[in-house]
Ligand binder design. Structure first.
Ligand code: 13P
Ligand code: SF4
Length: 341
């Protein structure tokens, strides 16, 4: 039996309702009312422990609402979390997301302790390619730079010239000033980037197991049945993206909603993302389809509590790999900074 399941649930206290009234108002349409009394003592216990430890909790936009709204200090897409880790002042970071995100945080903040609540929170894209695969690609295409999506292991980043996220992929590809680049591992993101640039992309056949499941038929159904605008993540298959009114990263989706304020929208991405945006845009009706990422769902209030209590599971990256992976990540962050100047 794991230590998490051994830890008794913190006791309910009546004053918690009053202390967390504002949070409840914000998320009550996202968290079933029967679940609220179960979550609240954990939320309070985590926030208390977090203060005692001087920790910062970072949560990806695909984390469930009780984590995203209840305990996170920093929220955002994978680019925002990487930037936050690089700039973070706290010595202890708890990364609520998948393994490659915690690894990126450790690489960018090597002197800090970075914990992930569940070491098995993986990603089908990250596990689709190894450092040896990238090395072989480089030998096959000498002189062609490698752009790797951050959804990769440290070992793959170490073999890459530069990283990108879905928020900056086109910008990163074009920043290299080359006619051809190797773009990996997401075939669908790569195919989407290829429609936005003259640069020729050599692709790998990785896929996100969550986004590859969406179909064009489902997307059309959402539009026709509900008169909804369609907003899709670029990890979806091309025929789904062809149906969309807007294609963008998780952060770009939020900006698009803030600008367009549609009456109804179908967010063709991970379900928790739709939940978290629903809290931000209460006047917009959110329609399915959405799919849950089983890896993101491994993170729970219970294992966040155990992670802070026992200071587990610490992310370690061998320094030789970390140093080369850091170069690729820093190169990406520098492209973002140059664009903002
Ligand atoms: P973002 O880069 O948009 O945060 O997406 C990461 C991810 O894992 C999407 O499935
Ligand atoms: Fe990986 Fe897809 Fe899950 Fe994102 S949604 S973490 S790409 S498996």
């Amino acid at each position: 039996m794991s230590q998490t399941s051994q830890s008794p649930a913190p006791a309910w206290r009546d004053d918690l309702e009053h202390e967390y009234a504002a949070l409840r108002a914000r998320i009550e349409h996202l968290v079933p009312c029967l679940e609220w009394p179960l979550h609240l003592p954990w939320i309070e216990a985590i926030n208390r422990l977090k203060r005692e430890r001087g920790a910062v909790i970072m949560a990806h936009s695909y984390q469930s609402p009780e984590i995203f709204h209840g305990v996170a200090d920093v929220t955002g897409d994978s680019l925002a979390l990487a930037q936050a880790a690089a700039d973070c002042e706290a010595d202890l970071i708890v990364l609520c997301g998948v393994h490659f995100m915690a690894e990126s945080a450790k690489i960018l903040a090597p002197h800090k302790t970075v914990l992930i609540p569940d070491l098995d929170a993986g990603c089908s894209l990250a596990s689709s390619i190894t450092g040896a695969d990238v090395h072989a690609l480089r030998l096959e295409h000498p002189g062609v730079p490698v752009v790797s999506y951050v959804n990769t292991s440290a070992e793959v980043k170490a073999e890459s010239h530069i990283c990108c996220t879905s928020a900056n992929a086109v910008q990163v590809v074009e920043s290299l000033g080359m006619d051809k680049v190797i773009f990996l591992p997401d075939r669908f993101l790569g195919a989407h980037v290829a429609t936005q640039t003259e640069v020729e992309l050599i692709l790998w056949d990785g896929r996100c197991e969550v986004h590859e499941k969406f179909t064009a038929g489902e997307a059309r159904h959402a539009r026709e049945r509900y008169d909804a605008k369609l907003v899709a993540h670029p990890e979806c298959p091309p025929e789904v993206l062809a149906e969309a009114d807007f294609v963008g990263s998780t952060s770009a989706m939020g900006r698009w909603l803030a600008k367009e304020r549609p009456a109804r929208v179908a967010l063709i991405t991970e379900c928790s993302m739709a939940d978290n945006l629903r809290a931000q845009f209460p006047a917009t009706e959110f329609i399915k389809p959405c799919n849950l990422c089983p890896h993101m769902q491994r993170i729970t209030l219970q294992n966040i509590y155990a992670c802070l209590r026992d200071l587990r599971h610490e992310i370690q990256v061998p320094e030789g790999i970390a140093e080369r992976a850091r170069r690729a990540l820093m190169h990406m962050l520098a492209v973002g900074r140059a664009e903002r100047v």
